[in-house]
Design a binder for this molecule. Sequence first.
Ligand code: SF4
Length: 559
Amino acid sequence: MEFGSRRVRKNRRIEIETSYPNALQLYTTPPSGNISLQEFDEMAIERLKVLRTVERLNLSGQIKNSEDWMNKLYEDFSKHKYFIHSAEKISDNKRDEVEAARRRDHVSHFVLRLAYCRSEELRRWFIVQETDLFRARFLHCSTNGSDIKNFLVSNNLHFTPISKEEVHNQRDNLIAGTYKINSGDMMEGRTFFKVPFTEALELVRQRKVYLSGGYAYVPDTDLVTLVTASFRSNLSRALAITNKALPQLEDDERLTRLLHDFDKRYTGNSYSQKKSGDGLHITPDMIDELSTKSFPLCMRQLNDTLRTAHHLRYGGRLTYGLFLKAAGLSLEDALYFWRSHFLKNMDVDKFEKQYAYNIRYNYGKEGKRVDFTPYSCLKIIMTSIGPGDAHGCPFKHNDQTMLRQRLVSFKVPQQAVNEIIELVSMSHYQVACQRYWEATHNACLDAGINHPNQFFEESQKILNGQTQPSQGKRTMHVKTNRSVMYSSQSSTQSTQETTQSTQETTQSTQESTQSTQDSTQPTQASTQDCGNTSDYDSMIFDDDLDSVMIGQSMESEDA
Ligand code: SF4
């Protein structure tokens, strides 16, 4: 792949010299041709959104590849015009559109390989999401009339069916050992593939296939498992190779800048003042009530601290100030709001000199006059918190006992509290926040939580009757393995958001230490069954398998 220079970057279209006969790809050959850096970045972001959608669905606890899971995934693809939706169309109609979408699929996968080959945690995350995406797409294409046979042949995936004679000889064993085959009638018209059991580990673990002499007898209905296993091992090996080749790319500053911290990119909506001006408008007298009804825990904590201590340290003022701005608080109202609290601790002169400037600065009225955007969950979660700071994500930064006490004092139902704490202990902070939203709004939130202002807006929509609560019917308990999403990330800032933090002015070191005070105002919580069941064992197993495969791939590349 070659990258266009800055001079020709604009309006350069992708010129990839490959044709795409199949809706699905195994991504065995890298794309060739020219691509502008802008498109390179756009496509990577687009795929990152797709993979995060897959992850969100998995963390929502629905059973992977169930009808509901698949419907939600494809609904999301069509809603956001993700390339996958177009890539899977039968290519005779709208051939150009389909080819272009398939190119995006191809190129974006390889761009993300560059971004996600850097550490084991990142590789593992990428393999899990890509494999789940591939499996879902394979199933979708199989039921959609796509030419799966052609895909298998063109990718050299030859699974040889066993002969009729062998089927006859093994008939009783196959009936006894194959999942969902209980009688001779169910054998009619069925093809079995005989593969080394290592190629069907998932089916072996679930005891779904007959095993003999080190071979697994896999029915055609489980072909997807074989193909997915092949996809997974190819990808694992490819990431190891990419990792080894990475130093050659490091010389290109343009690429390193784009790929650096890519996994921390925020991919949700932008919450700028302009957008909030078009929608919600709030005033200082509304804030206390809104904080108990509609604010996420991080912002409620800041408001509670402000109410009791009449002061917030710099990080808190910045986080909360930008949140309120995007929630619809005008500059005049913001000055009034902060002044009304701070004047309980200081005189007007001090407030004007030390604090009013920063408030105007946040609104783009001072200094560089940039309209700063509020912080996303990822940024808040990755922030370093010092003693006396009230900002940060309570699900990540608060002690679990204290968090539990707060949730109980907010009248969150006990069952939801237990689930939230369990999610927190597995480092699924945003899913815990989603569960908190659901428990306090008696509704399901399929979109997940990725921004405090999104939490607020979704809440307002429900409370103002603009949307009907989603009554998702799922079973309780999210059970999943520990998140790798945050463990590989340091507390460095997101690349999109560093500009703002570097412009921060030095603050007084005499700021008083504040303790976070829990508000005792109850939240009208009631139980809505939005909980979850997931194939826990399968996820743990996949995780272990990925570690082994990644380890093996890295070792073989070292040798
Ligand atoms: Fe705030 Fe996001 Fe943490 Fe929720 S997950 S408390 S919205 S930072």
